[in-house]
Design a protein around this ligand. Structure first.
Ligand code: AMP
Length: 222
């Protein structure tokens, strides 16, 4: 039997838990996790020309231009690891990006199978993101209140010093929420019209969110 690739989008405001849940879904369904935020941060860390171009937008909480992000996405999508399907985390963020993804997938005889929307109120998001402390070395994410490291300021997993991402500061988070409302929220309509949108409450505990996401994916055939 030939199984078809599965392509899943996780949609939701910044701080909704897309990254955490995308990793779990990717592991459970053997999909490639594509986080455009992680890919961009990697380019910035490596000081590439793309990273140099993207850095200013990211620090201000603005969107990196579609063309730059699109190129990065296409490269990933054409890689061998993407053959069984992908979980898209932080992509698409504009209608133009959604159209690009549709085109890239259709070249591969694939389509977006399901869009999982994680809803979380703005006040929760601010508390979640501004308390977040990230490990620049291994990518682990802690939180000063809900997931404090054993030793303050030190990554539990690898021992590196934790940092607050520039764009996790309150003023920038507010701008990211504004940008989300203006450019990304309209995608809910775009996918709802296709009847592939499923909404899951992102404000409950992460294990419960995951259980509900799996349930929401239950009737998607791979
Ligand atoms: P994230 O980790 O997904 O919240 O992304 C962090 C930042 O990277 C965003 O605030 C944007 O500046 C940039 N970024 C990530 N994904 C995209 C995308 N699909 N389109 C434009 N900018 C993006």
């Amino acid at each position: 039997m030939v199984t078809r690739a599965l392509d899943v989008i996780l949609l939701g405001p910044p701080g909704a838990g897309k990254g955490t849940q995308a990793k779990r879904i990717a592991a459970a369904f053997e999909l490639l996790h594509i986080s455009t935020g992680d890919l961009l941060r990697d380019e910035v860390a490596k000081d590439t020309s793309l990273g140099e171009e993207a850095k200013g937008y990211m620090n201000r909480g603005e969107l990196v231009p579609d063309a730059l992000v699109g190129k990065m996405l296409a490269k990933r999508l054409h890689s061998q690891q993407a053959a069984l399907g992908c979980v898209y985390d932080g992509y698409p963020r504009t209608t133009a990006q959604a159209v690009l993804l549709d085109g890239l997938l259709s070249e591969l005889n694939r389509r977006v199978d399901v869009v999982l929307y994680l809803g979380v109120p703005d006040a929760d998001i601010l508390a979640r993101i501004t308390g977040r402390r990230s490990c620049p070395t291994c990518g682990a994410v802690h939180h000063v209140v809900t997931l404090p490291p054993i030793a303050e300021g030190v990554c539990d997993r690898c021992g590196a010093a934790l940092v607050q991402r520039n764009d996790d500061r309150e003023g920038v988070v507010r701008e990211r929420l504004r940008v989300y409302g203006e450019h990304t929220a309209p995608l809910l309509k775009y996918y709802n019209a296709r009847r592939i949108l499923r909404e899951v409450d992102g404000a409950v505990a992460p294990d419960e969110v995951f259980r509900r996401l799996r349930e929401a994916m239950g009737n998607v055939s791979a």
